[in-house]
Design a protein around this ligand. Structure first.
Ligand code: XBP
Ligand code: MG
Length: 264
């Protein structure tokens, strides 16, 4: 009997994006942290919710500030040592983000904690592939999962460790290299078009969980687009009918294995 050999692909690792995927950090975390830094630097800049949505197209906080200056405050381009000034403004932003995370007001998204512990139990590796500053990963995860949080992850790839941020594939390629795995053995979990482009350019099957900032974006090439990871008592909604048929409404190891097997 002729059978299609889909069993050669097996799930060895899950690569998680951070901002917007593990937690909704952008609107009430990064955005107010940027605004607090602007205030501390005596600037009258204010990134409101819609403006921040536009600026999110530029990944990386320093890159985002530079883009804002170029397009909204071009007179600031004459500032001496602009790169250093942006770096120090961004450092102040990171310290405000830390304070916000320490308050613990931003929870992990539905299903994230359950899935992380389930994957660990099943011996599947978990990694982080994010554009955000490495310290931010620590602040968020320790606030949400406790002091042992970073030890749960096999590889953490973040920020300026690679030359080009998402949508370039660099961070995903870096993490795959550290894991010592092929993309066909892994799946990425992302929330944004830039994240999807980065993961797909690294040949990774990609599961999208949308949020308010990303729900209108183009997710062509995603294996599935869901409202969130869901939980047995809080089901996800499938946003578009991809090729994957789900037999339950929460993402678990079995569903991720199925996506990896059925992805090309
Ligand atoms: C999101 C980003 C980051 C954050 C801000 O990354 O693009 O720039 O908005 O963090 P991802 P920094 O979705 O890949 O986690 O200011 O530290 O860059
Ligand atoms: Mg993201």
């Amino acid at each position: 009997m002729h059978t299609i050999n889909t069993h050669t692909r097996s799930l060895k690792a899950v690569l998680f994006d951070v901002d917007g995927t593990l937690a909704d950090t952008e609107q009430d975390g990064h955005r107010p942290a940027f605004n607090a830094a602007f205030k501390e630097f005596g600037l009258t800049w204010d990134w409101d919710i819609p403006l921040y949505g536009k600026l999110l197209k530029i990944t990386g906080g320093k890159e985002r500030i530079r883009f804002y200056i170029e397009h909204y405050m071009p007179e600031e381009l004459d500032r001496p040592n602009l790169d250093e000034w942006i770096a120090s403004l961004h450092k102040t932003k990171t310290s405000h983000f830390k304070q916000l995370m320490e308050r613990g007001d931003i929870p992990l998204r539905p299903g994230v904690k359950r899935l992380i512990y389930e994957l660990r139990d099943k011996g599947i590796k978990i990694a982080i592939a994010t554009t955000t500053t490495p310290e931010n990963v620590t602040y968020l995860l320790e606030s949400a999962l406790g002091k042992q949080a970073l030890g749960l992850f096999d590889v953490i790839g973040a920020g300026d460790i690679v030359p080009q941020k998402k949508p370039a594939p660099d961070i995903y390629l870096w993490v795959l290299d550290k894991l010592g795995l092929e993309p066909s053995e892994c799946i990425a979990v992302e929330d944004s078009e830039n994240g999807l482009l980065a993961a797909r350019a690294a040949s990774l099957a990609t599961l999208i969980t949308i949020n308010n900032y990303t729900c209108e974006q183009n997710f062509d090439g995603a294996a599935a687009i869901l409202s969130d990871l869901g939980d047995p008592e809080q089901h996800f909604k499938q946003i578009s009918n991809g090729s994957i048929n789900f037999d339950k409404n929460w993402v678990d190891t079995q569903i991720l294995e199925k996506i990896v097997k059925e992805s090309s």
